[in-house]
Structure formats: structure tokens, C-alpha cells
Design a protein around this ligand. Structure first.
Ligand SMILES: O=P(O)(O)OC[C@H]1O[C@](O)(CO)[C@@H](O)[C@@H]1O
Length: 396
């Protein structure tokens, strides 16, 4: 980032700030939700109590000696954070570590009978089974006789606005969907995105997924369209290796979404079968890299992941958290050029994100002024605005 001095890293220690509210209010609410979702035993209830206490007024503790990922967390900066308040370390690190601890508390990492049981599965499945999902899938039928480029754009927007359906977000903003706010793109590089995915394209698309359910379904539909219409030869879907930020997609969620598609009537089932076949013949690959759950920006990504993204004609990075990791979780002036803060990315990259945290880059000054005039700073976190940002050249 040659011309861009680094902005301050977001911390959670300012009462009244969005990061502080996530640590102080959203995390305890998530613990309560998880506790109510399963008939956990006394050991898990005790561990959840301890986590609640630790998050409120405790410090970050070392991982258990037997934890299989101790070395990985050491590489991710565990030593420097151990013994410090959750509120005083980088917000991204603190949030991410919270999910690691929550899974530990419910026995996800085992050994034992609860090993591998996703504590967020009930809410994910409820969303997948919702009547709204049926309606969204039925709407695909009306698209079928539209020209290809129109279908492509509709599916891109489905994937973009699908990011509004984030279950963790809803915990503290239950009225968001019901409000009559007009969704609006604050930046739209979609022409540059389509230029990377021309008809008769043979390259590989990477899509770094965000949420399961009603975000993952449109992500999968977009991938199916791009493969089916020959805009890409292959696709790689990056998901989380374990449950994360409540609704983030894991491989199990991909399977659930595919089963939902193939069981639906009409066009949805055809998309589902295309994807099923593409998985079988290798045109679609699902990867769950450990770094996908790292508490760090993508600038710190390991070489194997870097090689994946370098080989892609385009990597689409979905969602708010991935955006924070893409540009660095910093309080950038909103007009900071997106191409500069993503200059480290090894290939062409596109961000598709609804705005649900303070971090934003790449806005023009007039857009920022209009947003502030209309909404104060609420536009940053309300989830009612979205952006499509693309950087195609390697260097700014
Ligand atoms: O699912 P997304 O779009 O990554 O959003 C995650 C949400 O969680 C947060 O990390 C706050 O917990 C915000 O960035 C955002 O509201």
C-alpha cells in the first residue's frame, strides 16, 4: 500500500462503539442462544458460564494443553494476546477467538459425544427451511427465459444481497429486514467483474463464502450459472473448517444447501443437479482451509492459499467479515482507494458485501457525504447498503 498510511486497527474497548457492542452484548446473546439450542450436560453449562464470565471481565486464557490447534494459534498471535482483556486486543482477533472458545465449551473439538456437533445448526436449518427460501427458489423459474446476461446479473445481485441474511447480525438487529430502508449500492464495479468472466471463459473462479442458508444458496446458484453458461471452466468454493460467526458456511452447510436445491421443484433443482455433477467431475471443488477461520487479515495468508487465489481469473470475497479481513480491520477513511488496500492480493479480486461494520474503503467523496448527511454514521453498520468492488490489476 505505497501511498496509503495505515489507519488505526479496530479495537473493542470504546463503550458506545459497534465493536464494543459486539463483544459486550452480541457475544453473551450468542452464548445464551447456543445454550438453549441443545440439551447440553453440566460440563458444557459450566464451560459456557466460564466463557460468559471471561468475556465480560476476564482475560484471554491459553488454549488447553491438548488442543490440536495450539501451534496454529501460536502462529496467529496467541502469546501476545494471552492475559489481556478481550476488549483491548484487535477486535477481529477477539471476535474470532470467541468462536474458537465457544466451540471448545460445547465439546465441538472433542473427544466425546458432542464432537463435531455444530452449535449453530438449528438456526442455520431453520433459515434453510423457511418459506422465504421457497419463494426465492421459485423465483428462479421466472428467470429461465431471460437473456443470459440478465440472468447473470440477477444472480450476482442475489448473491450480494443474500449477505444481508446473516444470523449473528440478526441477533442484535432483529428489525433490520422489516424496516423499509431502500437497499442501495454505494459502489458498483460490476462491469469490471463481468469483464473477468466473459462468455466462453475457461479459467477458475474462487468464491470465498460467507454465510450458510440464504446467502450460500444464491452463491451456489451464481457458481452454477457461471459453470453452466461456460463463463468459467472451474470453481473453487472456500468455506470454513468449523462453525464460525454463527452462520458462516461449512462443508456440511454446502451439503444441506445442495440437498435443499435438488429437492426443490423447477429451475432450482436443475441448478442443484448441475452443481452435484460438477462436484463429482471436479469442476467444482470445496475447500476448508484453516486460515479461513484465522483471526487475521488476508494480508497474512499462507502461501498455499495465496497460490489458490493467484491461479484464479477472479476471486469473489463475500460478506462483511471477509471484507474486514480483505482490507484490514482498520478505521480507513472511506475514500481510501480499494485498489491500494488490496494491492497485496495475488490476483484479481472482487468484494460483494452488505455494510455491517465500520470498515469501508473505495467510496467517492460525494457518496460518503450523501450517506452521512442522510444517516449520520448508521449506514456503515445497518446492513441496508452494499458494495461491489473489484481490483483487477496486481499493482495500484
Ligand atoms: O456475515 P457477515 O457479512 O460476515 O457479517 C458478520 C457480522 O459480524 C460482525 O463481524 C460483527 O460481529 C460484523 O462485521 C458483521 O455484522
Amino acid at each position: 500500500m505505497p501511498d496509503t498510511p495505515a489507519a488505526p486497527v479496530l479495537l473493542g474497548n470504546a463503550p458506545g462503539s459497534f465493536p464494543h457492542s459486539v463483544l459486550a452484548e452480541r457475544h453473551p446473546a450468542i452464548v445464551r442462544q447456543v445454550r438453549d439450542s441443545f440439551p447440553y450436560g453440566p460440563e458444557q453449562h459450566r464451560a459456557l458460564d466460564a466463557l460468559l464470565k471471561s468475556c465480560a471481565d476476564g482475560v484471554i486464557e491459553p488454549l488447553p494443553a491438548a488442543a490440536a490447534d495450539r501451534d496454529r494459534w501460536r502462529e496467529w498471535g496467541m502469546a501476545a494476546r494471552t492475559g489481556r482483556s478481550w476488549f483491548d486486543v484487535p477486535w477481529l482477533w477477539s471476535e474470532s477467538h470467541f468462536y474458537r472458545r465457544l466451540l471448545d465449551a460445547v465439546g465441538y473439538f472433542g473427544p466425546g459425544a458432542w464432537q463435531g456437533i455444530d452449535p449453530f445448526r438449528p438456526v442455520k436449518l431453520a433459515e434453510l427451511d423457511a418459506a422465504e427460501t421457497d419463494e426465492e427458489l421459485a423465483a428462479l423459474d421466472a428467470l429461465e427465459d431471460r437473456p443470459e446476461d440478465e440472468r447473470a446479473r440477477a444472480l450476482l445481485h442475489g448473491s450480494l444481497w443474500g449477505n444481508r441474511a446473516d444470523l449473528g447480525f440478526r441477533l442484535s438487529d432483529t428489525g433490520a429486514e422489516a424496516r423499509a430502508a431502500v437497499p442501495a449500492l454505494v459502489h458498483d464495479d460490476s462491469d469490471a467483474l463481468w469483464a473477468r468472466l466473459p462468455p466462453a471463459g475457461t479459467g477458475t473462479l474462487c468464491l470465498v463464502a460467507d454465510n450458510a442458508g440464504r446467502e450460500l444458496i444464491p452463491d451456489l446458484l451464481l457458481i452454477a450459472h457461471l459453470l453452466g453458461e461456460g463463463r468459467v471452466g472451474q470453481a473453487v468454493l472456500h468455506v470454513k473448517p468449523y462453525p464460525y460467526y454463527v452462520s458462516d458456511a461449512t462443508t456440511a452447510d454446502v451439503v444441506d444447501a445442495l440437498r435443499r436445491l435438488t429437492a426443490a421443484p423447477g429451475a432450482a433443482a436443475r441448478y442443484g443437479r448441475l452443481l452435484w455433477t460438477a462436484l463429482a467431475d471436479g469442476r467444482l471443488d470445496v475447500r476448508a482451509h484453516p486460515f479461513s477461520c484465522a483471526p487475521l487479515p488476508y494480508a497474512n495468508m499462507p502461501d498455499d492459499l495465496r497460490a489458490d487465489f493467484a491461479a484464479a481469473v477472479l476471486t469473489i470475497v463475500k460478506g462483511d467479515l471477509n471484507y474486514r479481513r480483505l482490507v484490514g480491520d482498520r478505521m480507513w477513511p472511506p475514500t481510501t482507494p480499494f485498489r491500494e488496500v488490496t494491492a497485496y492480493w495475488p490476483g484479481p479480486v472482487a468484494a460483494l458485501r452488505t455494510l455491517k461494520s465500520d470498515v469501508v474503503t473505495g467510496l467517492d467523496a460525494a457518496t460518503e457525504t450523501a450517506l452521512v448527511r442522510a444517516e449520520g454514521q448508521r449506514w456503515r453498520t445497518a446492513g441496508t447498503h452494499a458494495l461491489i468492488q473489484v481490483r483487477t490489476s496486481q499493482r495500484p
